[in-house]
Each structure stands twice: as C-alpha cells, then as structure tokens.
Unconditional design. Structure first.
Length: 85
C-alpha cells in the first residue's frame, strides 16, 4: 500500500511537470501543487474517459491520458482565473 502511494506521488509529479512544461505561463506554485495537478489530471481523465466509453469501469487512464487531463485542468484554471480575476 505504501508503495502505491509513493508511485502515485511520483507519477503525479511527472504528469504535472509535463503539463506545466507544455503550458508554461502563469502556472500555480511549487512541487505540492504540481503533484496535486498530476494526480487530479489522472482522476479527471479517468472519470471523463469512463463516461465517454474510452475506458471500462474500473480501468484508469494511462500516462498520456493523465497528461491530457492535467492540461485540461490547467486550461480550466486559467479560464476561471481570467473570469474571476
């Protein structure tokens, strides 16, 4: 169980870093936010993919799906930030 958490954090960091590299301007803060972005991107991609029929129930998004999810969340954060700020 502990190793699953460590892998989730490491993959979240990698996914979040790639997403921030692809969309570099005005990204939210440090390493913790990058990890959370990567993890949230994976969860978002899994949820959307399952509801669109791309993934079966219980199947999670792969690495590229997680990056796409993180990119989607970054774009949503930017749009909401422009509207509210």
């Amino acid at each position: 169980m502990e190793m699953e958490i460590v892998w989730m954090i490491l993959i979240g960091l990698a996914v979040g870093t790639i997403a921030k590299f692809i969309l570099p301007e005005d990204n939210p803060g440090g390493i913790t936010k990058t990890i959370l972005l990567g993890i949230a991107g994976s969860l978002f991609a899994t949820y959307v993919g399952q509801n669109m029929g791309w993934y079966a129930r219980g199947e999670s998004a792969g690495f590229l799906g997680a990056v796409a999810g993180a990119l989607s969340l970054l774009m949503i954060f930017r749009i909401v930030g422009k509207i509210t700020g």
